[in-house]
Structures are given as C-alpha cells and as structure tokens.
Design a protein around this ligand. Structure first.
Ligand code: SF4
Length: 156
C-alpha cells in the first residue's frame, strides 16, 4: 500500500482497504455499490507510473490537528476509480485513453504523455493534446480499449 495518509487512516471499499488522506476528505457518499469521495486541498496531476496521482496543495485542518507523518501525494490504482472530477469538470479518464489514435509515451521521469497520431496527418489535432479530451472529432474506439505504451521512454 502506498503512503497516502497518516498511519492507520484508510477507507474500506468492498474487500479493498485503501489508504487515503482522511484529513482532506470533505464528503463521502455511498450508493449502488460505489463510493464518491470528495477531497479539498488536493490537485489531480494525472497518471504517474500507472497510478492516478494527486498532490496535497493545502491543508484543511489546523497544523496542531495534523499528523507530522501525513503524506503529500496520494496515488490510486486506476481500476479502483471510475472517474476523477476537478472543479466540476471530468479530469479522468480522457477520451484519448480509449482512442485508437492515441499512443502512450513514457517519460524518463515516470510520467506518461499522450501522443495523438492523427496530428501527423491532420493539423486540427495537437501532437500532445491537453488532457482531459472530453469531445473530439477524431475519436475512434480502440479495439484494445487502452493506450498502447511506447517501449522507448522520451524526455518531456
Ligand atoms: S483523435 Fe482525439 S481522442 Fe483520439 S487521441 Fe487524438 S485527441 Fe485523443
């Protein structure tokens, strides 16, 4: 388990025990077998090393109530999460994640960039689209429903 919260803080979702920064949770809702967890003071920075990654940008609790061992980064397995919304907008998954034209380009720092291969033949498409892409005229569902990783890491 990654060090997401102060020692001993976790939530149990079904049979899975997930370590979370419980001091940053502002709302929890459970319905139809799923749980919606709302965080404050956290920013979604994308998928790093295959995990959804969030950083703590502001503490919600006063310093005296906080654990000195609290973590500054939360990472979650992608298969635990249906979607990520930030400021009312869907931030993950992007359409590119299931598009046949997308190719995942791992960087030497462990991040993964999305390359749109349509950009090489159509100027309407950016080589590295700004994510999330929520609507796109070039979108075509990938038979593999996932981005094929490029074997060669590149610098960002
Ligand atoms: S065509 Fe659109 S959805 Fe597909 S990879 Fe390019 S930008 Fe993403």
């Amino acid at each position: 388990m990654h060090r997401n919260g102060p020692p001993g803080t976790f939530v149990r979702l079904g049979g899975v025990r997930i370590s979370l920064p419980t001091d940053q949770i502002v709302a929890v809702e459970q319905a139809r077998g799923a749980v919606t967890v709302a965080f404050g003071g956290m920013r979604f920075i994308g998928v790093e090393q295959g995990r959804l990654t969030f950083v703590r940008v502001r503490d919600l609790w006063p310093e005296e109530r906080l654990s000195p061992d609290r973590s500054w980064k939360m990472t979650l397995e992608t298969h635990w999460v249906t979607s990520v919304h930030e400021n009312g907008c869907q931030a993950w998954p992007s359409l590119c994640a299931s598009c046949t034209h997308a190719r995942a380009i791992p960087s030497s720092h462990g991040s993964v960039f999305t390359l749109c291969q349509l950009s090489s033949i159509d100027a309407r498409f950016s080589r590295y689209p700004t994510l999330p892409v929520l609507a796109c005229p070039g979108y075509e569902t990938s038979p593999a429903a996932g981005i094929a990783p490029d074997p060669k890491p590149v610098a960002p």
